[in-house]
Design a protein around this ligand. Structure first.
Ligand code: MN
Length: 342
């Protein structure tokens, strides 16, 4: 992956931030961060500024606001340099200062094990911090970038950070409905907390990949035919593979072998309206036999994190089991990015 640059960040930001003062805020934040981190390096040997830049870039990809992006650029400045919070407030405003302060405070929290996280006091801290969801967003993407570059840390630090990510940050991403982020955090962590198991399952998934891709392609073709002949327009069908960590968790909790996990194949149908969702569901059930008790209507009853979708599992082509999700484009944006999509 090419490291993000300030030019690429600004050009991406200007696609949705139309006011000049917002772009200026981001540019100023970058200039201060670059100056302050000058001469500092990441464990990878890269200039330190590449880290806040990467975090800010990922937040721009999910269309975060200007204060959040500026705070992401400055998120390690108070902790690692001579710049004070007052200085940031004076030149970047109280919003940016508040976010930087929140992120700095989380970084200072001692490592918490799963048991401790569950304790009331820690819960309270998390809830207080979560009052400003922008703090959590910066912290989650900060953690994601640190996980992506974890190979450069010592083995002890790798294990500790990976475990903390599994115990605290992945569940936090889940609670915010940020499933894609959660899956990546889990897989990156799992590689370090349980390397043998990670490699074993990764290889099993790879071995079956060709056959599975073939099954998915055939299923998608048939589904397209069905939707087209029933007058559907502007729909989208995606095949997907479950993340390594969730496959392992299933093997362990259900005490099953890899080839006994039956819903490795998954499809998503995205349609314009809610009415289309139920119509498509009817067509799917008309074509393939649904497995009893596997149907869930999260459109009528959304999850607490606002996730909405219809879930069903059917016996598809060649007797293969498919998990199928059906949702609208709006629901899909929320499911992929969670609260950030709002
Ligand atoms: Mn950081």
């Amino acid at each position: 992956m090419e490291p993000a640059t300030i030019e690429s960040l600004l050009s991406l930001a200007s696609t949705y931030l139309k006011q000049e003062k917002n772009i200026k805020l981001i540019e100023d934040a970058y200039n201060l961060a670059k100056q302050q981190h000058e001469g500092q390096f990441r464990m990878s040997g890269e200039p330190y500024i590449n880290h806040p830049l990467a975090v800010a870039y990922m937040l721009t990809e999910i269309h975060a606001g200007p204060s959040t992006i500026a705070a992401a650029l400055l998120h390690d400045v108070v902790e690692d340099t001579d710049i004070s919070l007052d200085y940031i407030e004076k030149y970047f405003g109280s919003d940016v200062a508040k976010i930087v302060d929140g992120v700095t405070k989380i970084s200072k929290l001692k490592y918490m094990t799963k048991e401790k996280v569950l304790e009331k006091s820690h819960q309270k801290i998390l809830v207080a911090m979560a009052k400003d969801v922008r703090v959590i967003l910066v912290k989650l993407y900060d953690r994601l970038h640190n996980m992506r570059t974890l190979e450069f840390q010592t083995p002890e630090k790798q294990k500790r950070i990976a475990q903390e990510t599994l115990d605290l940050y992945a569940p936090l991403a889940h609670r915010l409905g940020m499933y894609r982020l959660k899956a990546e955090l889990e897989d990156l962590s799992f590689k370090y907390t349980n390397p043998e198991e990670y490699i074993r399952v990764l290889n099993l998934i790879k071995q079956q990949k060709a056959a599975r891709d073939d099954d998915i392609v055939k299923m998608i073709e048939r589904l397209k035919e069905i939707l087209n002949t029933n007058g559907f327009k502007n729909f989208d069908i995606k095949g997907r593979v479950k993340n390594i960590y969730s496959v392992c968790k299933k093997m362990n909790t259900k005490n099953k072998e890899f080839n006994e996990i039956y819903d490795l194949l998954a499809l998503r149908i995205i349609v314009p309206t809610i009415e289309d969702c139920y119509h498509a569901l009817g067509l799917v059930h008309g074509e393939w036999t649904p497995i009893p008790l596997r149907f869930k209507d999260y459109i009528a009853t959304p999850k607490p994190n606002l996730y909405q979708s219809l879930h069903t599992t059917v016996v598809g082509l060649n007797g293969k089991i498919f998990e199928i999700q059906i949702r609208t484009y709006d629901m899909d944006a929320i499911a992929e990015m969670g609260i950030a999509a709002h």
